[in-house]
Design a protein around this ligand. Structure first.
Ligand SMILES: [Zn+2]
Length: 251
């Protein structure tokens, strides 16, 4: 259960279970929302798994996942089910970022507030937020990302960073695997909460460049991801959010 494998090393069937589990767990944490979506690049690199437009995030099943191509279309004519309206978020990021194996579009309440206040930006505050030392850009377009051009524009705003906020809407995070994506997503909202709390007490002092560099140098990301992935899976199994047989299907 404590796999550290990236998406590329995970078989397609296990990857389906990972995506469904990640979706249910982020929904359980209250940061995905009823219309967020998780995706995972499939082996060849030019297609990805993603859920349908309207399957419940709380009850997503691995076998219900669809396969889309990098134009945001069904990968084959045999695919059935309607892709999410914002599938181009995922497609254009996979096209422009070959290093990315997993993408989430989510609607975290606290992080999104940082797109609404003049002169205030979400910054790395807590140690695990060193992941976003390169910055957390804000995409200025508040509406749904539906067209390829909108998807390309979002990918440009993301650039080489690992997270982007969408003004008055939500966030998109990218990672090297589904377990890493889950862990990053939880830390992203934790970090936003920390900045809210710190601002209520006084002047915010985000992590300095030197502190960020030290944290990055000392981090063991693979170990941390494996530990927290296992923790959240067990949390979901204990809460009845994940079916018990998924434990044996997750490596
Ligand atoms: Zn959205």
């Amino acid at each position: 259960m404590s796999s550290t494998k990236g998406c590329g090393a995970v078989g397609a069937e296990e990857l389906r279970v990972q995506v469904a589990a990640c979706t249910r767990l982020l929904h359980l944490q209250g940061i995905l929302g009823y219309s967020g979506h998780v995706s995972a690049r499939l082996g060849g690199g030019d297609s990805f798994l993603i859920q349908s437009f309207d399957d419940s995030r709380a009850e997503l099943l691995p076998e219900r996942l669809l396969v889309a191509d990098l134009d945001g279309k069904p990968f084959s004519s045999t695919s059935s089910g309607k892709l999410p309206n914002e599938v181009t978020i995922h497609a254009e990021i996979y096209r422009h970022r070959p290093d990315v194996a997993a993408v989430v579009h989510m609607h975290p309440e606290l992080a999104t507030v940082f797109t609404l206040v003049e002169g205030v930006r979400l910054q790395p505050m807590k140690m695990h937020a060193a992941r976003w030392a390169d910055g957390i850009p804000v995409h200025p377009e508040p509406g749904h990302i539906k067209s390829q051009e909108q998807g390309r524009a979002l990918a440009r705003t993301l650039g080489d960073c690992h997270a982007v906020l969408l003004r008055a809407h939500g966030a998109v995070l990218v990672a090297e695997s589904i377990p890493a994506l889950l862990v990053d997503s939880v830390h992203f909202e934790e970090n936003a909460k920390a900045q809210h709390l710190a601002a209520a007490l006084g002047t915010v002092v985000p992590l300095s460049d030197a502190e960020l560099a030290l944290l990055q140098a000392n981090s063991n990301r693979a170990q941390h991801v494996a530990k927290l992935w296992s923790y959240y899976l067990r949390l979901g199994l204990g809460a009845g959010v994940l079916p018990t047989d998924w434990e044996s299907r997750l490596g």
